[in-house]
Design a protein around this ligand. Structure first.
Ligand code: THU
Length: 166
């Protein structure tokens, strides 16, 4: 008998519930946040990838903080839109808590992308920090040209996330 025979195998499943919406199904406040994220793409600095990403974070003090990807000749020194937005938001308004984030993208000289773009792993981890601080779910709106994905929380985008050692 091997040691593993003692432990019954369990199969588990993680699911990610999310909504697919058209812009006319969004509240005026959500539409405004989506528009802020779209506008932020025009302030992206993406001379290397030519892919402009914009993010907009709604804080509980009513302020919306935008961010965009900021690239660098030394590629890894650049940062994504989501991290530029969340680091600036917390640096500028340390007392405020995050409510929602919208993320949009387009090619630098072209159209908004058809399908929503999702935050990279590092951005998910960075955003999770502020969701944890808020002690409530931070909704994520992924903005495509005609469809918006509404994801209920950052944690749901990052199963088995790293957290502080206890
Ligand atoms: N980028 C973002 O801004 N957010 C993401 O979640 C993924 C990628 C940026 C990084 C880089 O400037 C460009 O998109 C191409 O990867």
């Amino acid at each position: 008998m091997s040691p593993s025979d003692d432990i019954p195998m369990e199969k588990k499943l993680i699911t990610l519930p999310y909504e697919v919406l058209s812009p006319d199904e969004l509240s005026p406040a959500d539409l405004a946040l989506v528009e802020e994220a779209r506008q932020a793409t025009f302030r992206s600095y993406a001379p290397y990838s030519h892919f402009s990403v914009g993010a907009a974070i709604l804080l509980d003090n009513g302020v919306t903080v935008p961010g965009s990807n900021q690239e660098n000749a030394a590629y890894p020194s650049g940062t994504c839109a989501e991290r530029s937005a969340c680091f600036f938001a917390h640096a500028r308004y340390p007392e405020a808590r995050f409510l929602k984030i919208a993320i949009a993208a387009r090619t630098t000289d072209g159209e908004f992308i058809d399908e929503p773009v999702a935050p990279c792993g590092s951005c998910r981890q960075a955003l999770l920090e502020y969701e944890t601080l808020a002690a409530r779910p931070v909704e994520v709106l992924l903005v495509g040209r005609e469809r918006i994905f509404r994801i209920p929380s950052v944690a749901s985008l990052l199963p088995f996330s790293f957290s502080e050692f206890k």
